[in-house]
Ligand binder design. Sequence first.
Ligand SMILES: [Zn+2]
Length: 221
Amino acid sequence: MNFFTIEQPKPGSPEDRNGRTDSLPEEGFNVGECSRCPACNRPLSMLKWLPPYRVELQSWGKHYGDIAEISDNLIVSERFLQAFTRSDVKGLLCVEPVDVIKVVHRRGKPTEPLPRYFKAAVARSATTVDQQQSGYVWEDKTNVCPKCLFGKLKRYQALIVNEETWTGEDIFFPRGGHVPIVSERFKQVFAENGLFGAVFTPVEEAGYDSCPWEIRAATEY
Ligand SMILES: [Zn+2]
């Protein structure tokens, strides 16, 4: 099985110029509680976004992006939703329409009409990151919670999914990881339908470092 991380295109990249759209919730939007680990009480999500779902969009490319936000929720176009529903892609929950209250065009206006957009929550999965194989380095390993597999994290080199734990979602927040991961199928459906606004990195290359100066110091001296 191949898994990937999913991100919005970097500014100035070909994917950005082709079709990136950013979504910002309306100022003063409503929030509820975040979800917490039942064992250590650590927040496992951002504060829950509550209705009304109203957003401002910024378009950066020739086309409107089909994914305009990647966090606890995705903001996706109707085209995205249709393609993914048709292909029975799993892992998106609580799909609801959003109202677009303002659109700013940063690099000219796309020629197609503004799509309808929806928000969809990304599943929190029992699918687990193999932290050992992924090269996780903790500030204090004895503080890592055995339930949510989190603690004060310094860095990791990859986000290898323990395939035996995979519960079948095509997009999910894994246990022991803090970014969404997608299946090969998700990536395929995105590409086959010519959708815009996301780039994928193999989990083997998806490293993260919260204190890169330590590595620099170690190599310089
Ligand atoms: Zn915990």
